[in-house]
Unconditional design. Structure first.
Length: 283
């Protein structure tokens, strides 16, 4: 067991975190009608802000706002529709929460508006692949980027995902994406192996077992397993009965080197993380 934590001092506006000093938590705030778990619950900006404030109180370090569902088989929406969903929420959150706001989008125009209105992070599920202007947009705002691995698109990614050497292919994908970020002048990069994005349950577990491999890139690693279908496929649990499965996968991920977990259930994640982090510090 490695008891040491890495050091990643990242600045998000007025907030600075050492993302290697403990496990950090990103709370999910979907302002969509069709997200797989909480679609339709936070369409009203007032309800979205109340949820974000609740997550901040419970111990979230970031709030990740998404206006476009990327669940398997999800449908495209227009850029204007995505902007209409997220801009009022981010404008309101800027004055209501002190923790950094992330925008979950792969569209540079949406990222540009979100960053202009107070967001500090862009969470791009495509790692610049869906919109070539994204890297320049993030750099223009001196923002942080989360680069996620995906095979295919949200519309087709789960049809028949195949790899010859899963870990090596995902690692190469990140080497290229991090290089693109560096060339664009982006100083703060976080990587996310993309659990469930063009992967079978076995692929997901292999990535979780090999999370330490991605530390070679010298970037903090984030994972998002919260309530995902792999938990249902393996255990049979309904979408709203997957907290235990989520906690189990997050625990394994953190012990294998993950720095940030992205979750729906912040309060429960905070409790688990305090125990895991204390365990990791034991000599």
């Amino acid at each position: 067991m490695n008891s040491m934590f890495d050091s990643y001092n990242y600045k998000f506006g007025n907030v600075t975190y050492d993302l290697g000093s403990r496990t950090h938590i990103m709370g999910i705030l979907n302002v969509t009608p069709d997200s797989f778990s909480d679609g339709g619950k936070y369409l009203n900006p007032e309800e979205a802000v109340a949820k974000a404030k609740q997550m901040e109180t419970e111990g979230a370090d970031f709030i990740d706002v998404g206006g476009h569902s990327t669940r398997p088989g999800s449908e495209e929406i227009s850029v204007d529709e995505e902007l209409n969903r997220i801009v009022p929420v981010i404008q309101a959150l800027k004055n209501e929460v002190k923790i950094p706001i992330s925008i979950d989008t792969y569209r540079s125009k949406v990222a540009d508006e979100a960053l202009a209105n107070g967001a500090k992070i862009v969470n791009d599920i495509s790692a610049f692949k869906f919109d070539p202007s994204m890297a320049a947009t993030v750099a223009k705002h001196n923002a942080t980027v989360i680069l996620m691995h995906i095979q295919g698109t949200p519309q087709n990614m789960q049809e028949n995902p195949e790899y010859k050497n899963l870990v090596a292919e995902v690692l190469l994908y990140f080497e290229n994406a991090v290089w693109t970020a560096n060339v664009a002048g982006i100083d703060q990069v976080i990587i996310d192996p993309g659990i469930g994005f063009g992967k079978t349950p076995e692929h997901n577990l292999i990535l979780i077992r090999n999370m330490f491999e991605f530390k070679k890139l010298d970037c903090p690693v984030m994972v998002g397993v919260s309530r995902k279908s792999m938990i249902g496929k393996i255990t049979g649990a309904d979408i709203h009965e997957r907290l235990s499965g989520t906690t189990a996968l997050n625990t394994i991920s953190i012990l294998n080197g993950v720095n940030i977990i992205r979750v729906h259930d912040v309060k429960e994640a905070v409790q688990a993380v305090k125990l895991i982090d204390m365990y990791k510090t034991l000599k």
